[in-house]
Design a protein around this ligand. Structure first.
Ligand SMILES: Nc1ncnc2c1ncn2[C@@H]1O[C@H](COP(=O)(O)OP(=O)(O)OP(=O)(O)O)[C@@H](O)[C@H]1O
Ligand SMILES: [Mg+2]
Length: 453
């Protein structure tokens, strides 16, 4: 992801402090500074600022006053206030006014950097959530189907076209892509809405029972047929019959089904009468039909009869635009159902969602979110909460300073730790690090660690 650098504005009356901020932040961020509250507010009107570092103790306009005015003009700007240890009440008041956090002087630079990163992430997440909520309001739902990708929009348009006809439709798609939901949407958009939508899963019913399930039977027509049974065809009369996993239909049933489709009438098992039925057939499969036909396992004449209009559902990994939207939708649903308040996924977790392949498609996503909502500790789902976070590998960024920066970061951490463990006594810290005091001093300077002596 190539992103613009965030902009940070530091407002502080001490020129030294502004210089320190510049030295630690100017590399990574667009850095702006202002020596008074008023100058800072003027800059905010001109520049899009993401985060303000605000000194609380300034002559003329106080930090609190500046904070109020910043938040009045733009709630979204994150503010980290800088206080002296004596003014902790001011810090608390600042938090109430909407500051993101405060940091007490003197602080170490890594602490400040971490706080800044966290505040910026928070802002990005808030913005992302807002954006998702807005887009969710757009026309992204079609009956119960959710999607905004080109593939889904296309599907909605196709359903609009084919729903009003009586043509048979064969929906092809991997498991969990929403075949049943699509079949229901077609029914809903057709003139048969209001009449029954009846579904039967051909793979789930033993071969000897399938015929009776579909066409019904008369009492006594076979051992165990104690009552007359109405079959799915009759139940669906006037409406739609959804034949799920049609590829699993046994050969004998295929011939019977073909006959019924041609005659537009059924005969109950053990019955003599031909009963006219007016049913629209929608079937679904997740297998490669051509192979079944080539191998003689599925009758090609029945296939053509069922497949007047083919609808192919796109796997989720090929319409990644839909992932954030579906995520937001299911989060909302499971929050309601489980009485939780999970706000969203962190940007890293959302990226891992986008990178993952979702072999179980929308159903897998739905189940995953249910699990995350049940198990969530905080109010945000983090990368570490995801079961597959370990397999997502970021392509290495092109950065000539990559190794140097990583080593410097590590070195800074070590220096800071040694110093803090020895109460800032540089001689002791240098000894612990196994270097001369003069080397420690020069490394502190080279790394731009703003430390008081
Ligand atoms: N576009 C979508 N919007 C919202 N929910 C969806 C969408 N697609 C699928 N779902 C949900 O995902 C789950 C699986 O959908 P469905 O049962 O329709 O898939 P399927 O293709 O029939 O899967 P299978 O082949 O495994 O039967 C359901 O809970 C459904 O509500
Ligand atoms: Mg299904």
């Amino acid at each position: 992801m190539t992103e613009q650098k965030p902009t940070i504005l530091a407002i502080d009356d001490e020129a030294d402090m502004l210089e320190t901020y510049r030295s630690i932040l100017a590399k990574k961020y667009n850095f702006l500074s202002a020596a008074t509250g008023q100058k800072g507010l003027d800059l905010l009107k001109k520049e899009p600022v993401d985060l303000v570092l605000l000194d609380m103790k300034m002559p003329k306009m106080s930090g609190i006053q500046v904070l109020k005015l910043i938040k009045e003009s733009d709630q979204e700007i994150e503010v980290i206030v800088i206080t002296a240890s004596k003014e902790i009440e001011t810090a608390v008041e600042a938090m109430k006014l909407g500051a993101y956090d405060y940091i007490v002087k003197p602080f170490d630079t890594s602490e400040l950097k971490i706080l800044i990163e966290r505040a910026l992430n928070n802002k990005a997440l808030a913005r992302e959530n807002l954006y998702l909520k807005e887009t969710l309001k757009e026309t992204t739902t079609y009956c119960d189907l959710i999607g905004r990708s080109a593939a889904m929009k296309n599907l909605f348009a196709t359903i609009d076209k084919v729903a009003p006809t009586d043509s048979t439709i064969l929906i092809n798609g991997e498991s969990g892509t929403g075949k049943e939901l699509v079949a229901r949407a077609i029914h809903k958009k057709s003139k048969r809405d209001g009449k029954p939508f009846v579904a039967i899963n051909c793979a789930a019913i033993p071969e000897n029972l399938l015929e009776s399930e579909l066409f019904g039977h008369e009492r006594g027509s076979f051992t165990g047929a104690l009552e007359r049974k109405t079959g799915k065809f009759e139940l669906a009369d006037g409406g739609t019959l959804f034949l799920d996993e049609i590829g699993c239909m046994p050969a004998a049933m295929q011939s019977k089904l073909l006959r019924v489709l041609e005659a537009k009438a059924i005969e109950r098992l053990g019955g003599e009468k031909s009963i006219p039925v007016n049913v629209r057939i929608i079937s679904a499969t997740n297998i490669n039909f051509q192979k079944e036909i080539d191998e003689g396992k599925f009758r090609s004449d029945l296939y053509y009869r069922l497949n007047v209009i083919p609808l192919n559902l796109t796997p989720l990994r090929e319409r990644k635009d839909d992932i954030p939207l579906l995520t937001e939708y299911f989060l909302g649903e499971f929050n309601k159902e489980l009485n939780k308040k999970i706000k969203g996924l962190s940007p890293e977790a959302l990226k891992a969602f986008a990178d993952y392949d979702w072999p179980g498609n929308v159903r897998e996503l739905q189940n995953m979110i249910e699990r995350l909502v049940v198990l969530a500790g905080g109010d945000t789902v983090e990368l570490a909460d995801l079961p597959f976070s370990g397999v997502v590998t970021e392509p290495m960024a092109q950065d000539e300073n990559l190794l140097k920066n990583a080593m410097e970061d590590h070195e800074k951490k070590l220096l800071l730790r040694a110093l803090s463990e020895h109460n800032n006594n540089r001689t002791a810290a240098a000894k612990a690090l196994g270097i001369a005091r003069s080397s420690l001093n020069s490394r502190i300077e080279a790394l731009g660690l703003a430390l008081s002596d």
